[in-house]
Design a protein around this ligand. Structure first.
Ligand SMILES: Nc1ncnc2c1ncn2[C@@H]1O[C@H](COP(=O)(O)OP(=O)(O)O)[C@@H](O)[C@H]1O
Ligand SMILES: [Mg+2]
Length: 286
């Protein structure tokens, strides 16, 4: 199955997100002195990170910088020391499901939908995460409104009975984002959501993330500088497990340390390579 002409529907997104922005007013992510060690190798080394509600924070840095590990630590997948607070709740030391129940949702670099279940079933399971067992039983035969709206939002209404495993890569990422919306995550951590997407899909995803980010606390791990420039409201640059630079896109781009990491010999990131290819394509000798 190809992505075809599936499109994100932002007006449906408004329905899923709801209008009660007041609920999120006091949400913020506060990471202090985060440290993750794998058998003596320090992957994340004293990271501080504050992301407030209404921010769309991008986390960038070369491969191996520790971006995914930070998301893993926040969501309880990697053991970490330091402190991770969301609102007033300390997340470190909690089990994964308890962190999810605190309103923290994430997506994975490789989409982690239930491949053998349909699109609708995937969303229904995510919706069930916030319904009690009795309610889940009672509503099993009808599709909850929030799920209908999520299907519209992620452009998968026509594909609702399709097995998630046969979706195109971009659609799986959209389905994962839809699952976070129906489970009503307040803090969303997305690990390279637009990797492998077409330009049109990237733009739609970016606009959806802006809509979500305007209301909730959103952290996006990303490699692609173009995408970053278009959609980030703030950027944290990581290198070797530490924060290298932080600010607006323009600020971090102008930071010589960032330029060194991204454009220097050691910083052959995908983004830089792609930019290099694009630049060389523009010259006659290619
Ligand atoms: N489970 C693990 N065991 C050992 N080393 C790991 C593990 N996960 C990640 N690492 C290492 O930690 C560093 C950071 O990895 P990662 O967070 O995946 O980087 P990024 O997402 O920025 O590319 C890398 O050097 C990686 O090899
Ligand atoms: Mg990663």
């Amino acid at each position: 199955m190809t992505t075809g002409d599936a499109t994100i529907d932002l007006s449906a997104a408004e329905e899923v997100l709801g209008t009660d922005d007041e609920r999120f007013r006091h949400d913020y992510l506060e990471v202090r002195g985060l440290r993750v060690e794998f058998d003596g190798f320090v992957a994340v080394d004293g990271v501080d990170l504050t992301v407030t509600q209404g921010d769309l924070r991008f986390l960038i840095g070369p491969n191996g910088a520790g971006k995914t590990t930070i998301v893993d630590a926040i969501t309880g997948l990697a053991r970490a020391s330091g402190s991770v607070q969301f609102g007033r709740t300390e997340l470190l030391g909690r089990r994964e499901h308890r962190i999810a129940r605190a309103g923290v949702g994430r997506t994975f670099q490789t989409a982690s939908v239930f491949e053998e279940l349909s699109v609708l079933e995937n969303l229904d399971i995510a919706a069930g995460a916030r319904r009690g067992p009795v309610e889940r039983l009672r509503r099993r035969r009808s599709v909850p409104e929030v799920v209908e709206q999520a299907l519209e939002t992620i452009g998968l209404t026509a594909a609702r009975d399709v097995l998630a495993g046969v979706l195109a890569h971009g659609q799986k990422q959209w389905l994962e984002i839809g699952m976070l919306l129906v489970q009503d995550s307040r803090l969303l951590l997305l690990d390279e959501p637009v990797a492998g997407m077409s330009q049109a899909e990237r733009e739609q995803t970016g606009r959806l993330l802006q809509a979500v980010g305007a209301q909730r606390t959103v952290v996006v791990v990303e490699h692609d500088m173009e995408f970053l420039r278009a959609f980030a409201s703030s950027v944290t640059v990581l290198h070797l497990g530490r924060v290298l630079s932080e600010g607006t896109y323009a600020q971090v781009q102008a930071d010589p340390r960032v330029q060194e990491v991204y454009l220097g010999a050691a910083g052959a990131t995908r983004g830089a390579r792609r930019a290099g290819r694009r630049a060389s394509r523009g010259t006659e000798e290619e």
